[in-house]
Design a protein around this ligand. Structure first.
Ligand code: NI
Length: 270
């Protein structure tokens, strides 16, 4: 990218969108991903991490990371896409992991909201554990998707997560469960739902948790924060999530931006 496009905006706010999907089909039209990255820079979002869902979308995340400065990739298989992984998959993930732009195994985890079938859930757990093993071997942190599977996610991370660091992305559990994850040393990621009127427990969790464990993210193209709710989400909008977190904590946006950016650096080395 041209150097001038990498300059932070005049107000000096610098943010990281730690979980996004410019590798999604909604950004594949000619120039769409590049335009979203330019708008992100204009909003002070100087770095972002595209997460893989499948081997194909992981490959695309890696390609975007190779192409654009400040763009990084997570590689892995999402629970909704869970299927037995082959040796060839493991080898490919290991090759990606050797690239400096690849900063985590993600997104991986459990999704019991969309997947009700017990056999499929058993398969999800096996593939989650397998990818935790890969992360440990490859010395990478992980980005965990946990939807309506808080108990099993916590149990698996307690038992199989030793020596692994990571984040519970788009955190949707209780404060009690959050404390368990925090005790294990995990980060919590928050996105659009924090800004929703019916945000339930999340604002209280953001108020109470250590700011040193908070990450901000968009999960674009989904779940755009207020005031963009209902639109296609994109990395620039992570600023609205950070603003909401600042309001909840009684801090300035600059303070929350500085801390969450330091947190992204601490976890992902970016
Ligand atoms: Ni995601």
């Amino acid at each position: 990218m041209a150097a001038e496009s990498m300059q932070a905006p005049a107000d000096g706010i610098v943010l990281v969108d730690t979980h996004t999907h410019l590798n999604d089909a909604q950004f594949q039209a000619e120039g769409e991903a590049a335009a979203a990255i330019r708008r992100a820079h204009a909003a002070g979002v100087m770095r972002l991490i595209n997460m893989g869902d499948t081997m194909d979308s992981s490959a695309l995340a890696v390609r975007l990371a190779e192409t654009y400065e400040g763009v990084y990739a997570g590689v892995g298989i999402h629970p909704e896409e869970a299927r037995p992984m082959t040796q060839a998959d493991d080898d490919q993930i290991a090759r990606w992991a050797a690239q400096p732009e690849v900063v985590c195994i993600g997104e991986i985890g459990l999704d019991y909201h969309w997947v009700k079938d017990e056999e499929k859930r058993t398969e999800q757990r096996a593939i989650f554990i397998h990818q935790l093993d890969l992360a440990r071997q490859l010395h990478l942190p992980v980005c965990v998707h946990d939807r309506e599977a808080h108990g099993d996610t916590l149990a698996i991370l307690k038992k199989e997560g030793q020596g692994i660091r990571g984040v519970l992305h788009c955190y949707s559990g209780s404060w009690e469960t959050a404390q368990e994850f925090l005790k294990l040393g995990w980060f919590l990621g928050v996105d659009g739902p924090l800004t929703f009127k019916k945000a339930a427990k999340l604002p209280d969790i953001v108020r109470q948790m250590p700011l040193g464990r908070l990450l901000v993210e968009t999960d674009a193209p989904y779940m755009a924060p207020v005031p963009k709710r209902g639109q296609r989400n994109e990395p620039a909008f992570v600023r609205f999530v950070a603003e909401k977190a600042a309001q909840l904590r009684g801090l300035t946006l600059a303070e929350v931006a500085a801390q969450t950016t330091a947190n992204a650096h601490a976890l992902y080395g970016i």
